[in-house]
Design a protein around this ligand. Structure first.
Ligand SMILES: [Zn+2]
Length: 244
């Protein structure tokens, strides 16, 4: 479960673990996180900040691609104990506050758990605090003005499907795709660009439509929510990921 941190560009750094990834964007005005791992990823998230020379109080904001526990877990703690602003797409704010939950239930997951990969994964994520229902009451909608003032001035690319308010980001030419497009997952039977298993997706048709929208982007580096960095024209990743 080693944490691996890679400089993708001068400002974009990709933190990769076996279970989930997050991205750091740093410049001389500070650092932001895009996604924040599980609650139990906190030490790794702090280590990734330290790796770039930052402490918890240097964190100017956390942007969420979506409010699933594996992506916003440590943000609960940052928001509560450091007052870190947490932003997501307007359509995802209620989810981040846990006014509702659009996540596969333990029961839905359990129907797959007889498969060794799923069972191993279920145990691993429960150790990372995956089954808390705590939300982030201070979560806010990311506006263009706010985004423009953050390190890297990330551009929001709405990509609903995996959740109703899922949002990808392009920052310094890098596509941060969250779970709209991944390159692997502990329960996936293959590596490479793909959608997550449909049990995880709120709206599978929406996922396919959002993939098509991502294909229009002119980026050639993809840092996903799960799986390794992928390099090449994004439309090629989308072709590989589109279910046929
Ligand atoms: Zn995820």
């Amino acid at each position: 479960m080693a944490l691996d941190i890679n400089a993708i560009t001068d400002s974009v750094h990709f933190a990769h673990t076996d279970l989930v990834n997050w991205t750091l964007v740093a410049d001389d005005t500070g650092v932001i996180l895009i996604d924040a791992g599980f609650p139990g990823s906190r030490d790794d998230v702090l280590a990734s900040l330290r790796h770039l020379g930052f402490g918890a109080d240097d964190l100017r904001a956390i942007l969420l691609t979506h409010a699933h526990i594996d992506h916003f877990g440590s943000a609960i703690w940052f928001a509560k104990t450091h007052g870190t602003p947490v932003y997501c797409h307007a359509e995802e704010v209620g989810h981040a506050k846990r006014e509702y939950l659009e996540q596969a239930s333990p029961l839905q997951v359990a129907t797959h758990a007889w498969q060794p990969r799923w069972l191993k994964w279920s145990v691993a994520i429960s150790r990372k605090g995956a089954f808390t229902h705590e939300g982030i009451p201070t979560a806010q909608a990311l506006t263009g003005d706010v985004a423009a003032g953050l390190p890297g001035a990330p551009m929001a690319i709405p990509s609903p499907g995996h959740t109703g308010g899922h949002c990808s980001f392009v920052v310094d030419g890098v596509l941060v795709s969250g779970d709209a497009l991944v390159t692997g997952h502990p329960v996936a039977s293959r590596g490479g660009p793909q959608l997550l298993h449909k049990v995880f997706n709120h709206d599978q048709d929406g996922c396919v439509r959002s993939l098509a929208a991502l294909a229009m982007l002119e980026t050639d580096v993809l840092v996903p929510g799960h799986g390794p960095v992928w390099r090449g024209p994004i439309r090629e990743a989308v072709v590989q990921a589109t279910p046929r």
